[in-house]
Write a protein that binds this ligand. Structure first.
Ligand code: C2E
Ligand code: MG
Ligand code: MG
Ligand code: MG
Length: 288
C-alpha cells in the first residue's frame, strides 16, 4: 500500500518522518567520505576482571565527529553503514586500527590484554573474513586470541548453518568469539552449545536493575549459571554502580564493563590507564 501511494505521501502526512529520512540520506552520503576525511575515531572502554579488579581488556567503539552535525552516535550510523555497504571498509578500518593500537600498547609495556571489536552482520557474511583478519594480526604480530570478535545473537541465528561454518573458520585461526548483548535476541540454547564460543556479554538492559528488579535478577543469575555449565566466560555490560559490581562479583561473573570504571575514552586517555596495571580508579575504593 505504502508503495502505491508513493514517497510524497508521507511528506504530506508525516513531516517529521521526512526529516528523519532526509537526515538518514545525508548521513549515508557523508559517511562515504568520513574515513578519508579522518572523521572516524576509535574510543576504548576497559573490561575489569572481578577477581583482581584489573583491566583485562578493552572494547573499541566507533565515534564519528561530523564537522557540522557534531558527534553522531554509532546507534544511528552503523545501521546506515550496513544498508549502504560502507560497513565493510569501515569494519576493516576498525579491525586494523584496533590491532595496530594494541601492538603499539604492547611495545610500550602494556601487559597482554584482549582487544574487542564489534562485527556487523554484513561483515560476518564475508566468506574470507577469517583470512582477512588473520592477515592483519599477522602483519602487526598480534596473537589471534588477543582479538575478541563481538557478534550478536540475531546475526548468528539468522542462518545457523553458515554462521556455524563461519565461527569454526574464525575459531580455527584462534580468534576469541563472544556473543554481545546476550539475552536480547532469540538464541536457542542448543545452538549456543554447538557454536564454538568463548564467552557472552550480558546485555546492559538486565544489569541496569540487577538486584532490584526480580525478573532482571533472575535472568542474570540464569545466564551466569548456564554460562558456567557451558564453560563460557561472562562479561556484564553497563555496570554503573558499586552495588551492581558487587552483586555480579558475588555470583561468579568474570568481567564487568561500564561507567563505574570508565566510559569509552580516546586512546590518549586509555593508554595511561593500561600502563598503570593497578586496579581501575572506580575500583580502588571497592577493593579496600
Ligand atoms: P555495544 O557493542 O553493546 O557497546 C556497548 C555500548 O554501551 C557502547 O555504546 C557504550 O558506550 C555503552 N556503555 C558502556 N558502558 C555503559 C554504562 O555503564 N551505561 C550505559 N548507559 N552505557 C554504557 P556506543 O559506543 O554508543 O555504541 C553503541 C553500539 O554501536 C555498540 O553497542 C555496537 O553495537 C555499535 N558499534 C559501536 N562501534 C562499532 C563498530 O566499530 N562496529 C560495529 N559493527 N558496531 C559498532
Ligand atoms: Mg560490543
Ligand atoms: Mg554490547
Ligand atoms: Mg549493548
Amino acid at each position: 500500500k505504502a508503495k502505491e501511494l508513493g514517497r510524497n505521501t508521507y511528506q504530506f502526512y508525516q513531516p517529521e518522518m521526512n526529516a528523519k529520512s532526509l537526515r538518514r540520506l545525508s548521513l549515508a552520503t557523508e559517511l562515504r567520505d568520513a574515513l578519508e576525511r579522518d572523521q572516524l575515531e576509535l574510543y576504548f572502554q576497559p573490561f575489569i576482571d572481578t577477581v583482581y579488579g584489573q583491566i583485562c581488556g578493552v572494547e573499541a567503539l566507533l565515534r564519528w565527529h561530523h564537522p557540522i552535525m557534531g558527534s553522531v552516535s554509532p546507534i544511528e550510523f552503523i545501521p546506515i553503514a550496513e544498508n549502504t555497504g560502507m560497513i565493510v571498509p569501515i569494519g576493516q578500518w576498525v579491525i586494523e586500527q584496533s590491532v595496530k593500537r594494541y601492538a603499539e600498547w604492547r611495545r610500550k609495556g602494556v601487559k597482554p590484554l584482549r582487544i574487542a571489536v564489534n562485527i556487523s552482520a554484513v561483515q560476518f557474511r564475508q566468506v574470507d573474513l577469517a583470512e582477512q583478519i588473520l592477515r592483519v594480526t599477522n602483519q602487526y604480530g598480534v596473537p589471534p586470541s588477543a582479538l575478541e570478535l563481538e557478534l550478536t545473537e540475531s546475526l548468528l541465528m539468522r542462518d545457523v548453518e553458515s554462521a556455524t561454518a563461519q565461527l569454526r573458520r574464525l575459531k580455527a585461526l584462534g580468534f576469541t568469539l563472544v556473543i554481545d548483548d546476550f539475552g536480547t535476541g532469540y538464541s536457542s540454547l542448543s545452538y549456543l552449545r554447538r557454536f564454538p564460543l568463548d564467552g557472552l556479554k550480558i546485555d546492559r538492559s538486565f544489569i541496569a536493575e540487577v538486584n532490584r528488579n526480580t525478573d532482571d535478577t533472575a535472568i542474570t543469575l540464569a545466564i551466569l549459571s548456564m554460562a558456567r555449565s557451558l564453560r563460557l566466560h561472562v562479561t556484564a555490560e553497563g555496570v554503573e554502580t558499586r552495588e551492581q559490581y558487587e552483586f555480579l562479583t558475588r555470583h561468579g561473573c568474570h568481567e564487568t564493563q561500564g561507567y563505574l570504571f570508565s566510559p569509552p575514552i580516546p586512546e590518549a586517555q586509555i593508554l595511561p590507564m593500561l600502563l598503570q596495571d593497578k586496579p581501575a580508579p572506580g575500583l580502588q575504593e571497592i577493593s579496600q
